[in-house]
Ligand binder design. Structure first.
Ligand code: GLN
Length: 493
C-alpha cells in the first residue's frame, strides 16, 4: 500500500483487518516519518525499538485470531502519561530522567486494546502553556506555515507535540490532556480534531497532575470518527481514580452515526468578543449554517458569567498546581541540585533549577491565592464563580443539546510572538477554559483556512457524559467543512 502514514485510524484498521498491511509495516512507515520530521521537535522520546516489538506482538495476536479494538495501530503519547519503563518528563527538567515504574490507566487501556506506542510527544512544561514554548526540551514547530512564508509557527499547547505529530502524519492519532484547552486549542491551530471528554470519563491515574479538578485526557486525531474510536478505548471506570465516573463506556463510534435533524444548537452570545478577527466570526457563522442545513435548530443562548472564566481559571488552576507540584523536592525522584549544604538549600535549588519560568510563576500565584489573608479574596471567590459558570451551562442546556463557538481567538502565531506577555498568552484559552471549569465535554473540528492558509477550528460543547451527541454534531460540521487541506511537508525538503 502506498502512503501508509496518511491513512486515518479507521482506514488503517480496515487495511490491517483486510491483511493488506501488517502492524510492522505500518509502524515502520511511521518510524521513518518521525525520523524525517525531527526538525519539528514533536517528540521528546522516540520509542522505535519498543514500537517494533509491540507491532510484532500485535501481528502475532492477529494471526492467532486475537484482535483488540486498536489492534496494531501506532499512536503517539503526550509525555504527561506515565509509561512503565519509558521516560516520562512532563517536558520539565525536574522530571528529565524520570522512568515510571507503572503505567497510566489510559495508556494501559490503549495497549490492552492492541495499540502500538511510537513515542512520547513534546508539550508545555507540566502542561502549562498554549504554545508549547515552555517545554524544557525546546519548542515544537507547527507543520503549517502561512502561505509563501518560511516563518515557524507554534503548534498550540500544551499538547503541541501531539497536535503537530497528528497534523504531520507522524502517527495515526495521539493522546492529549486538557486542563483549560490543551487538546482543543492545539487541534484548532493544526487542522486536527481534538476532544476533551467530560471530567471523570478518562482516568487521571498515572497522568502527571497539573490541576486535578480540571485535568482530563482525550484523543487527538485526523477525523471525528478516529476520535470516537480512540475515546472508546481510552475511557474506563477506574477504581484507582476517585473522580473516575461510574458510568459504563458506550461505543462512541456507533453513537456518533446518524443525522442531526432536530438537534438544538445554542450560540452563546458572550463569546462574540470585541475585536475578534473576521476570519473567526465568518467561520463561526458558517458553522451555524452548516448545522442548520442538516436539520439542526440554531438559536442564541446566554452564558452571562463568561467574562469571569479566565480570571477564575487562572486562580483555580495555579492553586491546584502549587499543591500538586509540592511533591517535586529533589528528595525522592527527579532532578536534585548538586552539593546542597542543608535540606532547605536542597529543596530551594532543586525546585529553582528544575522548574522553568512559567511553572514557577504558576506556583507563586497558586501559593499566593491559597495563603492566609488572600484565600477568601481570591481562591474562595474563584470557587464561587466556578459554580456560577457551571450554572450558566446547566441553564443553557435546558434549551439546547450542544453549543457552537470558535475554538480559539485566532490562528497559529509565530514562535516568540506572545512569550513576553503572559496575559496575552492566557487569552488563547478564552473559549476553552469555561468548559473545564464546568467539567463538560468539548471538541474542536477543523473548519477552514484563514486568508493566509492557516487552519481554524470550531468548538462544540456538549452535556456531561453526552459525548455521543457531541461527536454526532462534530461529524456534521466535519462533513460540511470538508477540510482536506494538509500542510506542505517542508521539513522533508
Ligand atoms: N493554556 C492553559 C494553561 O496554560 C491550559 C493548559 C492545559 O489545558 N493544560 O493553563
Amino acid at each position: 500500500m502506498s502512503d501508509l502514514i496518511s491513512l486515518t485510524l479507521a482506514e488503517a484498521r480496515e487495511a490491517l483487518t483486510a491483511k493488506e498491511v501488517s502492524s510492522r509495516e505500518l509502524t515502520s512507515a511511521f518510524i521513518q516519518a518521525i525520523e524525517a520530521a525531527r526538525p519539528l521537535n514533536a517528540f521528546i522520546t522516540e520509542t522505535a525499538e519498543k514500537a517494533l516489538l509491540m507491532a510484532d506482538a500485535s501481528d502475532k495476536r492477529r494471526a492467532a485470531g486475537n484482535v483488540g479494538a486498536l489492534e496494531g495501530l501506532p499512536l503517539a503519547i503526550k509525555d504527561l502519561f506515565c509509561t512503565n519503563g519509558t521516560r516520562t518528563t512532563a517536558a520539565s527538567k525536574i522530571l528529565g530522567n524520570f522512568v515510571p515504574p507503572y503505567e497510566s490507566t489510559v495508556t494501559q487501556n490503549l495497549w490492552s486494546a492492541g495499540a502500538v506506542m511510537l513515542g512520547k510527544t513534546n508539550m508545555d512544561e507540566f502542561a502549562m502553556g498554549s504554545s508549547n514554548e515552555t517545554s524544557a526540551f525546546g519548542p515544537v514547530f507547527n507543520p503549517w506555515r502561512s502561505r509563501g512564508s518560511n516563518t515557524n509557527l507554534v503548534p498550540g499547547g500544551s499538547s503541541g507535540g501531539s497536535s503537530a505529530a497528528v497534523a504531520a502524519d507522524l502517527c495515526l492519532a495521539a493522546t492529549g490532556t486538557d486542563t483549560g484547552g490543551s487538546i482543543r486549542q492545539p487541534a484548532a491551530v493544526t487542522g486536527t480534531v481534538g476532544l476533551k471528554p467530560t471530567y471523570g470519563r478518562c482516568s487521571r491515574y498515572g497522568i502527571v497532575a497539573f490541576a486535578s479538578s480540571l485535568d482530563q485526557a482525550g484523543p487527538m486525531a485526523k477525523t471525528v470518527k478516529d476520535a470516537a474510536i480512540l475515546l472508546t478505548s481510552m475511557a474506563s471506570i477506574d477504581p484507582r481514580d476517585s473522580t473516575s465516573a461510574e458510568t459504563a463506556v458506550p461505543d462512541y463510534e456507533k453513537l456518533m452515526a446518524g443525522s442531526i435533524r432536530g438537534l438544538r444548537v445554542g450560540i452563546p452570545k458572550e463569546y462574540r468578543l470585541d475585536g475578534m478577527s473576521t476570519d473567526i466570526t465568518a467561520l463561526w457563522d458558517k458553522g451555524g449554517r452548516w448545522l442548520k442545513d442538516q436539520g439542526a435548530e440554531i438559536f442564541e443562548v446566554s452564558l452571562p458569567h463568561t467574562k469571569y472564566a479566565l480570571p477564575t481559571y487562572y486562580i483555580v488552576a495555579p492553586a491546584e498546581a502549587s499543591s500538586n507540584l509540592a511533591r517535586y523536592d529533589g528528595v525522592r525522584f527527579g532532578y536534585r541540585a548538586s552539593n546542597p549544604h542543608d535540606i532547605t538549600d536542597l529543596y530551594e535549588r532543586s525546585r529553582g533549577e528544575g522548574f522553568g519560568a512559567e511553572v514557577q510563576r504558576r506556583i507563586l500565584i497558586g501559593t499566593y491565592v491559597l495563603s492566609a489573608g488572600y484565600y477568601d479574596a481570591y481562591y474562595s471567590r474563584a470557587q464561587k464563580l466556578r459554580t456560577l459558570i457551571k450554572r450558566d451551562f446547566e441553564q443553557a442546556f435546558e434549551k439546547c443539546d450542544v453549543l457552537l463557538t470558535p475554538s480559539t481567538p485566532g490562528a497559529a502565531f509565530g514562535i516568540g510572538a506572545k512569550t513576553s506577555d503572559p496575559l496575552e498568552m492566557y487569552l488563547q484559552d478564552v473559549f476553552t477554559v469555561t468548559v473545564n471549569l464546568a467539567g463538560l465535554p468539548g471538541i474542536s473540528i477543523p473548519g477552514g483556512l484563514t486568508a493566509d492558509g492557516l487552519p481554524l477550528g470550531l468548538q462544540l460543547i456538549g452535556k456531561a457524559f453526552d459525548e455521543g451527541t457531541l461527536l454526532r454534531a462534530a461529524a456534521a460540521v466535519e462533513t460540511a467543512a470538508d477540510f482536506k487541506a494538509k500542510p506542505a511537508k517542508w521539513w522533508t525538503a
